[in-house]
Design a protein. Sequence first.
Length: 314
Amino acid sequence: KSTVRKENTYVAMKENGLEFPRPQLQLGVDLGEGRFGKVIMARAMNITGSGNWEKVAVKTCRGTATDSEKADLYQELEIMRKIPRHQNVVALYGCCSKTDPLYIILEYVQRGSLLNYLRKCRPSSIMSQSSVGSTMSSISATSSFMQPRAKDLTIFALQIARGMAHLGSCGIIHRDLASRNVLLATDFTCKICDFGLARDIEGVDVYERTSKGPLPIRWMAPEALSDNMYTKKSDVWSYGVLLWEIVTLGATPYPGKSAMEVMRMVLQGDYLQRPLHCKEEMYELMELCWQKETQRPTFADIVQHHEALMDDDY
Ligand code: ACK
């Protein structure tokens, strides 16, 4: 069954002009491992039409991957193929899907994950970076990791909401929205990535999880925790938790609590507290995201909300 699926994927990719010749791809160093695969820095000859070698990121399976993990990567590629380009979603450039190992070729996003960036922006982190190394490196460390202003954080939040509204308009739910799955470009554009858990819910509006595997408990909505039910509104819940991560510069949600305790709290209607220094309006938005499913705003509402607040600032 999985062979048929792979062949179908290959045919579809070829038809869409996304199949890329493996010899024109040179793999470099590992960028890191996610829960479902690993990401490698690479260069691809002329993949976007520049006529040159271009820096890309390649997502593939770990050497130890099981057949079901390999099938999950094909599923991830199938989802990405359905998403038209958007500046707040990492772009799919192509793939090598004819033979194993499957390579998903993605836009290379310079600054890595938002979570890592936020943590580097913490005052203690800035201190330790600028106190080591030469004068040069301390200057560059302090200048590139200046503490972001509240407004910068709101711009991150707005961009992520725009990316999520785009996914929603394509009938895709992400199911793993968290700051570790947002990448930051050189110009600080946020790009949503990692579609390992994403599903197409076009026409059904809800996905019921039946398979096993690790889950991002701390970002999950109560209906996902209790009934395995996922909708666009469960992504909105996760977005609320992501706002909390942004405001706390990358703290782990529900600090000091075990996953079991978090589940109990969320199911009892006990959610994250307002972080120190968090603006009233930002916490109000988080609370809206953590309401009952039907009362949560849509991502389009959230985009409007941020845009209105930013207009007020001028
Ligand atoms: O924080 P990071 O450097 O950013 O570590 C993780 C690691 O790979 C595992 O996911 C990085 N990563 C993922 N996708 C990309 C990409 N398209 N461009 C650059 N880095 C990426 C991520």
